[in-house]
Ligand binder design. Structure first.
Ligand code: TRP
Length: 329
C-alpha cells in the first residue's frame, strides 16, 4: 500500500476553502492509502504570529480535522514540532539542495514580496523542511494544490540527490493532483483565505443565522446585477459551492432558474444554506464533543507523535549510516 503524506499549517479553525480544497479529499484517501497528516507548526514560524495564540491554533485545527473525519486509528495525525527528526533531516537535505533551486521557488518570491521586512532564512528553507516532512516517512504520494507542485518536485530532486551522493534511502515522491473545486472568497476574489477575511469558517455551519449573514453578501455571477438579469452558473462562486455540496436535483433547479432568471440569487443561496447545514451537521456535533473534552486532542497528539517518532527514527538510523557518521558499535 502506498503512503500518502500531507501537511497543513496551524491556521486555527478551518474554513470551507480548506475543507473543499484539501481536507475532504484527505478523508477519502484514508480508505485507499496509508495516510500521514501533519500539522506543520515549524513551517508557521516563517511568518509573524502571536506566540500566545499558537497552541490554540493547533488545538482548533486538530479538533476540526478529527471532527471532519480524519481517523487517528487508521491514519497518523501529528504535530511537526513534536518530532524533532523533521528539522534534523532538513539539515542533512540542506547539503544536497541547490541554492539556485530555492531561489527559483515562486512561493519564496511571493512571500518575500509580501513580507519584505522579514525575508528570513526559514522562508528560504521552507521547501527543504517540506521535503524532510515527506521523505522521513518515505511517502510516495503528496496530495497538494497546484501552488505546491513546485515544492514536491524539489523534494523529488532532493531525494534523488541524496540517493546519488550517499546511497539509496528515499523513494521519489510525486504530487497527487485531484480535481478539487477552486473556491473564490465571499468577495469574489481568488482565493478563499482567512488572512483576506473573505472566508466561511466551518464554525458558521453551527446555525442558520451566522451562515446566512455570510452567504447573503457572497458575490455571485458579477454580470447578474438585477433580479431580472439572467445568470451564468458556470462563472458563479455560489454555484461552485452548490456543485460541491448539493444534489443533482438542486443543481438542475439552480441551472434552470438562474439562466432564465426564474430564481434570484437569494433563492439559490437559501437552498445552498440548507444543504450546507445538512452536510456539516455531523461535523458540528462531533466538534462540540471534542472541544468539551480537551484530553481528546491531547491524546491524539501524544499518541501520534510517539508513532511518528518511531518511524522517523528508523529512517534517521538509515540516514546516519549512509552519511558515515560515528555511532557506538
Ligand atoms: N507547504 C504546504 C502548504 O503551504 C504545507 C506543507 C508543509 C506540506 N509540509 C508539507 C504539504 C508536506 C505537503 C507535504 O500548504
Amino acid at each position: 500500500m502506498k503512503t500518502v503524506f500531507s501537511g497543513i499549517q496551524p491556521s486555527g479553525e478551518l474554513h470551507l476553502g480548506n475543507y473543499l480544497g484539501a481536507v475532504r479529499n484527505w478523508v477519502r484517501l484514508q480508505d485507499e492509502y496509508r495516510c500521514i497528516f501533519c500539522v506543520v507548526d515549524y513551517h508557521a514560524l516563517t511568518q509573524d504570529y502571536d506566540p500566545k495564540e499558537m497552541a490554540k491554533r493547533v488545538c482548533d485545527m486538530v479538533a476540526d480535522l478529527l471532527a471532519l473525519g480524519i481517523d487517528p486509528d487508521r491514519s497518523l495525525l501529528f504535530l511537526q514540532s513534536m518530532v524533532p527528526e523533521h528539522t534534523e533531516l532538513c539539515w542533512v537535505f540542506n547539503n544536497v539542495t541547490g541554492h539556485g533551486d530555492l531561489e527559483r521557488m515562486t512561493q519564496f518570491k511571493d512571500k518575500s514580496a509580501t513580507q519584505p521586512e522579514n525575508v528570513n532564512v526559514g522562508l528560504f528553507e521552507y521547501p527543504v523542511l517540506q521535503a524532510a516532512d515527506i521523505l522521513l516517512y518515505k511517502a510516495q504520494l503528496v496530495p497538494v494544490g497546484q501552488d505546491q507542485v513546485q515544492h514536491i518536485e524539489l523534494a523529488r530532486r532532493i531525494a534523488r540527490s541524496f540517493n546519488h551522493r550517499w546511497g539509496k534511502v528515499f523513494p521519489e515522491c510525486e504530487p497527487m493532483l485531484t480535481n478539487l473545486p477552486k473556491l473564490l472568497g465571499l468577495d469574489g476574489k481568488a482565493k478563499m483565505s482567512k488572512s483576506l477575511g473573505n472566508h466561511i469558517p466551518l464554525s458558521a455551519f453551527a446555525a442558520e443565522k451566522p451562515l446566512w449573514k455570510l452567504l447573503r453578501g457572497a458575490v455571485t455571477d458579477p454580470q447578474r446585477v438585477n433580479r431580472e438579469d439572467k445568470g451564468d452558473p458556470d462563472v458563479c462562486n455560489v454555484f461552485t459551492m452548490h456543485k460541491a455540496l448539493s444534489t443533482e436535483e438542486d443543481l438542475a433547479w439552480v441551472r434552470e432558474g438562474c439562466t432564465t432568471a426564474g430564481i434570484g440569487c437569494v433563492d439559490c443561496k437559501q437552498r445552498l444554506s440548507g444543504r450546507m447545514l445538512e452536510h456539516f451537521r455531523a461535523y458540528v456535533e462531533r466538534r462540540a464533543a471534542i472541544v468539551a473534552d480537551p484530553s481528546i486532542v491531547q491524546k491524539v497528539l501524544e499518541a501520534g507523535a510517539a508513532k511518528a517518532r518511531a518511524l522517523a527514527q528508523r529512517t534517521m538510523t538509515e540516514v546516519h549510516a549512509k552519511l558515515g557518521l560515528w555511532r557506538s558499535p
